[in-house]
Write a protein that binds this ligand. Structure first.
Ligand code: ZN
Ligand code: ZN
Length: 372
């Protein structure tokens, strides 16, 4: 049930505050009420009230309520005073309602629009103009920086004044030994001598065993109570409007959940001995001349030759900085062209890419890998 609550108004002429909504002439100055906005004391527009809070406000009894029309007051076009919807003539000057151009709400709306327009027309305090670079300019600066960085990184620095002080070659042959291993597995490899077998757990399968009931919480919104807002009727009264308020309620539903068991799956596992070629020792030859050769390998009955590897390197010394040396590795064909005492130029990129031997113009002659 909505209720009718007493509204109040402030006199625009003499400033008297809190005049009752059922009074049309200001008790202070006697002027008819005109350009006013009704309100309820101690209530903010849109505020939600509990029922007991609503009952704190002055409510109009049945008889009094009957005396108010449901409709807003109308404005007299001649004296601008507010008159009840029930009245056909202005209570202040006697003009006809037929000449009225606006009711309370229409006038209030116009007033608010006028105030908004005035506020907009006010010269705004000058905003300090922030000097902001456009995002495009910032991106351009970053791009230029990145390009410059790459150009610098890609730049090379050459070092002359380098003299080869020694050459070195190393050739290595790994020797493999045939060894017997005891192993097991789900299959028997070719060449293995089986020593036994047995059934063992290979893996587990998750198998549905049964369903169990579980209580699962759910929530729902249930009606709790009503709250009220007070709406301006535009005639000195306000009507309470109820809004339902809900609360969250938890309830439980029974659900069936599958329960699984782990079931072992068996397979035949094989135990066997197997011979495997296994790296066992290195035979190495080295020298500081151009006569690189593979070492002589003497094999036992259970041995064979495995992987071969070879390294060719030289050491350079900076002729301008005594004692500053570096060691480089390179392909055998390039290495064969180098001799102790040669003056060379080594170019390297700032990106850390591998250096190379170059001519005086920086042209690549032989790729290098620096060792130390
Ligand atoms: Zn007054
Ligand atoms: Zn009038």
């Amino acid at each position: 049930m909505s209720k009718l609550v007493m509204g109040y108004w402030d006199c625009p002429f003499c400033g008297a505050k809190g005049n009752r909504g059922d009074v049309v002439n200001c008790p202070s100055c006697g002027r008819a009420r005109g350009d006013v906005q009704f309100y309820v004391k101690d209530y903010q527009e849109g505020e939600n009230l509990r029922e007991e809070e609503l009952n704190q406000f002055e409510q109009l009894d049945e008889e009094k309520a009957q005396s108010f029309s449901k409709n807003p007051d109308w404005y007299c076009s001649f004296c601008n005073s507010l008159n009840s919807d029930n009245a056909e003539f202005c209570g202040n000057c006697g003009s006809s309602r037929a000449d009225s151009e606006a009711n309370y709400f229409e006038m209030l709306k116009k007033k608010k629009e006028r105030e908004a327009a005035e506020a907009a027309a006010q010269p705004q305090p000058a905003q300090p103009q922030e000097k902001r670079r456009s995002p495009l300019a910032i991106i351009a600066v970053i791009l230029i920086a990145v390009v410059a960085l790459f150009a610098w990184m890609n730049g090379s620095k050459s070092s002359g004044n380098l003299k080869i002080t020694s050459l070195n070659w190393v050739r290595n042959i790994n020797v493999e030994e045939n060894r017997q291993y005891s192993e097991s597995g789900w299959t028997l490899p070719a060449g293995a001598e089986q020593t036994g077998s047995r059934e063992e757990i290979h893996h587990y399968d998750q198998v549905l065993d049964h369903y169990e009931n579980v209580e699962v919480p759910r929530t729902r919104q249930v009606y709790d109570h009503d709250e009220y807002t007070l709406e301006d009727n535009g005639n000195g009264t306000f009507t309470s409007v109820s809004h339902p308020v809900y609360r969250t309620e938890t309830y439980y539903v029974t659900e069936q959940r599958p329960v699984y068991v782990s079931v072992p799956r068996y397979q035949t596992k094989y135990y066997y001995n197997i011979w495997r070629w296994t790296p066992s020792r290195d035979v190495t030859a080295s020298g500081d001349d151009h006569n690189a050769a593979w070492p002589e390998v003497v094999l036992a009955d259970n041995e064979r030759e495995g992987k071969r590897s070879e390294v060719y390197r030289f050491t350079v010394e900076n002729t301008k900085k005594a004692g500053e040396t570096a060691v480089y590795r390179l392909a055998e064909s390039d290495w064969m062209n180098l001799n102790t005492g040669d003056q060379i130029i080594i170019t390297s990129k700032r990106t850390g890419a591998d250096p190379y031997i170059s001519d005086e113009k920086g042209n690549r002659i032989a790729d290098l890998v620096r060792e130390r």
